[in-house]
Ligand binder design. Structure first.
Ligand SMILES: [Zn+2]
Length: 234
């Protein structure tokens, strides 16, 4: 085989190995990413519940205000009760008092419900906070566990990269430029073997003439269909 092509194949193989390590790193991080996401969603939920609590507080204040108003009204009714002279006025006041007391009962019941709901939301928030604390410690453990593993993968990647650079430096300049041009679009399938007389990149059949040229292997031959560099696997 053409010596330059042989070197190029080594470069391609190393490029492929280096890139193949990226998903490994992502995979190592996937558990941690899930934990971080779960923590984030719990934090968001706490924010949401706090907003609901604020709304409840507003409603609570409104009802408290109306309880004060009703109390004042009841005092007025009681005062008027001392002054009434006719039976009719007395009845009218009685109805008014009845109504005010009903409103007061309703308001007090609403306040009790709001307090109960607020307590529920407080305990929801506490639970979420406890869960977050637990996740945080899991996150720390996971981070410690994978930091070393990822560093090891990256170190291996750098080693391969250095090796590739070394071979790459000895590559014929023209061929190196040509390879980079193809690599821009074909990535790790820029240099592919011919399989069953078809290009290993686009899988289209190579005609006998080109196939013969590749077999002679004196030159760098590209696929007439896609432009990838072709070689015969030994
Ligand atoms: Zn092709």
């Amino acid at each position: 085989m053409n010596k330059h092509l042989e070197q190029l194949i080594k470069v391609v193989t190393l490029d492929r190995e280096i890139d193949g390590m990226e998903p490994l790193i992502l995979q190592k991080r996937s558990k941690l990413d899930k934990m971080l996401k779960s923590k984030e969603s719990k934090e968001l939920l706490i924010e949401q519940i706090n907003e609901e609590k604020n709304d409840l507080q507003l409603r609570y204040n409104q009802i408290n205000q109306s309880i004060e108003d009703i109390s004042i009204r009841l005092e007025h009714i009681a005062a008027k009760n001392q002054e009434v002279k006719s039976e009719r006025e007395l009845r009218a006041l009685g109805i008014e008092e009845e109504l005010a007391k009903e409103q007061l009962n309703k308001a007090n019941a609403d306040i009790a419900t709001i307090e109960e709901t607020k307590a529920q939301k407080d305990s929801q928030i506490q639970n979420l906070k406890d869960e977050i604390t637990a996740i945080q410690s899991e996150i720390k453990t996971e981070e410690e566990a994978i930091t070393g593993e990822i560093a090891a993968i990256k170190a291996e990647q750098e080693k391969l990269f250095a090796k590739k650079q070394e071979i790459y430096a000895t590559l014929e300049q023209k061929l190196a430029v040509f390879y980079e041009k193809i690599r821009k679009w074909a990535k790790n399938t820029s240099v592919v073997p011919v399989k069953k007389q078809a290009c290993g990149g686009c899988f289209i059949r190579i005609n006998d003439r080109v196939f013969g040229e590749i077999k002679q292997s004196n030159d760098i031959i590209t696929c007439p269909h896609c432009g990838r560099i072709l070689y015969i696997e030994s």
